[in-house]
Design a protein around this ligand. Structure first.
Ligand code: FES
Ligand code: FE2
Length: 447
């Protein structure tokens, strides 16, 4: 349970809020490179942490992100012409490059144009593009070093374009699902050990003993990691070791040799994008894996058409308006939940309907009753409250803003003998050492 004050403190992310200001210290993944297929392609609206921006790729292929409203008289730069090294506002022709520098103010008489132009600047957000993804920095200071997540360091061939899902709820309740191992045994499980894969989505999770996992949590300077231990049929122990990394990232093991970064990026207080970025640490991603990931949503109907609002991007056709495609026959015969187990569709059904008394999709944590199975969630909330408060009161941000070496961690799926010291045994498995395989002793879905 959280007080209303602390709940607001860590959920709300607009400019000037403690958590919003903390998030603005970090580089934030925004849109995949494929949204901007070539130089001078059409600009796109985007929204991050409630801030409206227009993103564009200039004539040299560089990415830029400008505040949506033109510094002249506020027209939307979304309607701007993207040409000759900048975005030219459609209203009166003022032009800006990717850094926000004013290149032209043709409304001024030629003799004073250059001087006038020098004093105008559009608000710009630095961009950094790597491995099919464009990251944006929303802070007011110079950007910190770029994060050293393994997904950002691998060769491009080893990384597939990110899979993205818009979630219609506050970022924190979505993230809390990622660090809640216990729900695997319920919303994602199959009904019987031999239940087949349903027609749509993955086969369900299976826990041989049916006992809840035993959690062991380690807070760190970059967030926290934990093991969820389950016992396998032969008596050995299966540790699923997952990471939480400030401000909104997780690493959740799939047990298949891949590595990944999952980011719950707040678009505003009631929408966040789940960006799943997957790679392989030692070999190029196979064409088969690549197409399987690319088609995850196709099997469940794909994405809806977009409107001109960034909150409609990556919205799956299955959503809260149609009960996420719940299939009663599947629920009776195959899976604990009849919603397809495809990316976070089942999770969204659990988290998107959590609201506060105003009906906002921001869960009111004053009403909850936590159990031992929520220990990782409690730790992460405490870490977030401490980090946001320290930054608000003393301008001191967590260590991983500047020490990006702290980003070089991994999740891991490890089998150990009974009662082994998992923390000591898995130090290398939790470290992203270049060229080393990911610990994948047990796959997420036991056959
Ligand atoms: S409002 Fe953009 S040039 Fe006038
Ligand atoms: Fe889940």
């Amino acid at each position: 349970m959280l007080s209303k004050e602390n709940n607001d403190l860590i959920c709300r992310v607009g400019r000037g809020t403690p958590m919003g200001e903390l998030m603005r210290q970090y580089w934030i993944p925004a849109l995949p490179s494929s949204e901007f297929p070539g130089p001078d392609c059409p600009p796109k609206r985007m929204m991050l942490l409630g801030e409206k921006m227009v993103m564009f790729r200039d004539s040299e292929g560089r990415m830029g992100a400008l505040e949506e409203y033109c510094p002249h008289r506020g027209a939307s730069l979304y309607f701007g012409r993207n040409e000759d090294g900048g975005l030219r506002c459609a209203y009166h022709g003022w032009k800006f490059d990717t850094s926000g520098k004013c290149l032209d103010t043709p409304t001024e008489q030629p003799d004073r144009r250059e001087k006038f132009c020098k004093n105008i600047k559009a608000r710009s957000y630095p961009c950094h593009e790597v491995n099919h993804m464009i990251w944006v920095y929303l802070g007011s200071n110079a950007p910190p070093p770029f994060p050293k997540f393994e997904i950002n360091l691998l060769p491009e061939t080893h990384v597939i374009p990110p899979l993205i899902m818009m979630e219609e709820a506050n970022w924190l309740q979505n993230l809390e699902g990622d660090i809640d191992s216990t729900h695997l045994d319920w919303v994602h499980r199959r009904l019987h050990e031999d239940s087949p894969k349903p027609e749509k989505g993955m086969r369900g999770f299976w826990n041989p003993t049916g006992l809840p996992p035993v959690l062991d949590i380690v807070p760190t300077s970059y967030g926290a990691y934990y093991s969820a231990k389950r016992v396998l049929k032969d008596g050995s122990e299966w540790h699923r070791i997952n990471q939480f990394i400030f401000p909104f990232h997780t690493m959740v093991t799939q047990g298949d040799g891949t590595i990944g970064l999952r980011s719950h990026v707040p678009v505003d207080d009631e929408h966040s994008m789940l960006i799943m970025h997957i790679g392989h640490p030692v070999e190029p991603m196979s064409a088969e894996y690549r197409s399987r990931i690319a088609n995850v949503f196709e099997e469940v109907g794909g994405y809806m058409d977009r409107t001109n609002d960034p909150r409609s991007y990556f919205m799956t056709k299955l959503n809260k308006t149609n009960d996420y495609g719940r299939d009663w026959k599947v629920e009776k015969e195959i899976m604990f939940s009849g919603i397809p187990f495809a990316a976070n569709l089942q999770d969204r059904a659990m988290t998107e309907l959590m609201t506060n008394d105003k009906g906002e999709a921001i869960y009111d944590r004053t009403k909850e009753h936590l159990s031992a199975s929520d220990a990782m969630i409690v730790t992460v909330r405490r870490q977030l409250i401490n980090a946001a408060t320290k930054f608000r009161d003393a301008s001191e941000a967590p260590a991983n803003v500047h020490n990006v070496e702290l980003d070089t961690v991994r999740s891991a799926s490890v089998r150990t003998p009974a009662n082994a010291d998992w923390r000591a045994l898995t130090e290398s498995a939790r470290t992203a050492t270049p060229g080393s395989a990911a610990a994948a002793d047990v796959g997420l879905i036991l056959d």
